[in-house]
Design a protein around this ligand. Structure first.
Ligand SMILES: Nc1ncnc2c1ncn2[C@@H]1O[C@H](COP(=O)(O)OP(=O)(O)O)[C@@H](O)[C@H]1O
Ligand SMILES: [Mg+2]
Length: 290
């Protein structure tokens, strides 16, 4: 009896540190690579293993920081030449003697540059979000007013495609948030709704209250998102492949939704999609009420 109990006790005691290690190891992710496994001050197999693990995490952390810095530098360096090129094209287009052909070429180059600039801007935002370098200016936001502004802007975006924008909302709601970032979140969604909906379609914005959350929905009756893609559209650079001949616009970079998701989560909120191919999509954002 004594040896059984004694054996169990010893095994339990000697394996306890392993449990601790397992727990901490589970918690280490790309977001907290500065964490280390608890070091055991004994020079046994387990102690040495932990030390080696910690060294490995240090090396990973160093590479990670390097990659992030590289992305930050790269997107920053791309900005200036892009701005210069856009300026030069603008100047060139002022030349009245330019042939029609040359003018069209310059215009199309300008479109591509605008697109490239927006990709670079999105990349900068995501890199900054990864490194925690973007601070949110959290202030009380009156959602009623906010959604009205969004409604006006959505109408401007929808005009070219003769898409009808509707607004449904309930009572006055307040949240704590960064209005500029929230605007970015919702404009990304409205931009998508308009982009992926046929001309003369309908986009509906709505604001309602559910428990302690403000619920904002952006609904369209456009081309929808295939079920298999719905889980992936919030990943960076993910774009749904569509069969040709559809209404989809080729412009875009697959960074709109990842940014939207990041902003929603930074507000302790969530973003969800429900969609049916050929019927339309609804994006639902929940944000905690103040
Ligand atoms: N309202 C929508 N209707 C249909 N498809 C959508 C909608 N919103 C997003 N998607 C799909 O999700 C993909 C990712 O969206 P996003 O991150 O905004 O990238 P982008 O718009 O630049 O392609 C899009 O390529 C599109 O296929
Ligand atoms: Mg988009």
């Amino acid at each position: 009896m004594i040896s059984v109990i004694g054996g169990w006790f010893l095994a339990h005691k000697s394996l306890k540190p392993v449990d601790e290690l397992t727990k901490t190891a589970k918690e280490i992710t790309a977001q907290n690579l500065s964490r280390r496994l608890p070091t055991l001050r004994v020079n046994d197999e387990l102690g040495r293993l932990t030390e080696q693990f910690n060294d490995m995490i240090s090396r990973l952390q160093a590479s990670f920081v390097q990659i992030q810095q590289f992305s930050a530098d790269a997107s920053h360096e791309l900005r200036t030449p892009l701005t210069i090129m856009r300026g030069e094209i603008e100047v060139a287009l002022r030349n009245q003697r330019m042939t029609k052909q040359a003018r069209e070429l310059f215009m199309s180059m300008n479109d591509e540059l605008v697109r490239l600039s927006s990709i670079v801007e999105s990349l900068m935002i995501l890199v900054k979000s990864d490194t925690g370098r973007l601070v949110f200016d959290m202030q009380p936001v009156a959602l009623n007013e906010f959604i009205h502004q969004l409604f006006e802007e959505a109408q401007v975006l929808a005009e070219a495609k003769k898409i009808k924008v509707k607004l449904e909302h309930s009572e006055e709601l307040h949240i704590k948030g960064d209005a500029a970032r929230l605007k970015q979140l919702f404009l990304n969604l409205v931009d998508n709704a308009v982009k992926y909906t046929q001309p003369h379609g309908v986009v509906t914005l709505s604001l309602a209250k559910d428990d302690g959350n403000a619920v904002i929905m952006i609904k369209d009756n456009g081309i929808g998102i295939p079920r298999k893609d719905q889980g992936k559209i919030f990943e960076r650079f993910y774009r749904v492949e569509r069969s040709s001949g559809n209404v989809e616009n080729t412009s875009g970079s697959g960074l709109g939704l990842p940014i939207a998701k990041w902003i929603a989560e930074a507000h302790n909120g969530s973003i969800e999609v429900k969609s049916k191919e050929g019927k339309g999509s609804t994006f639902t954002i929940q944000l905690p009420i103040l």
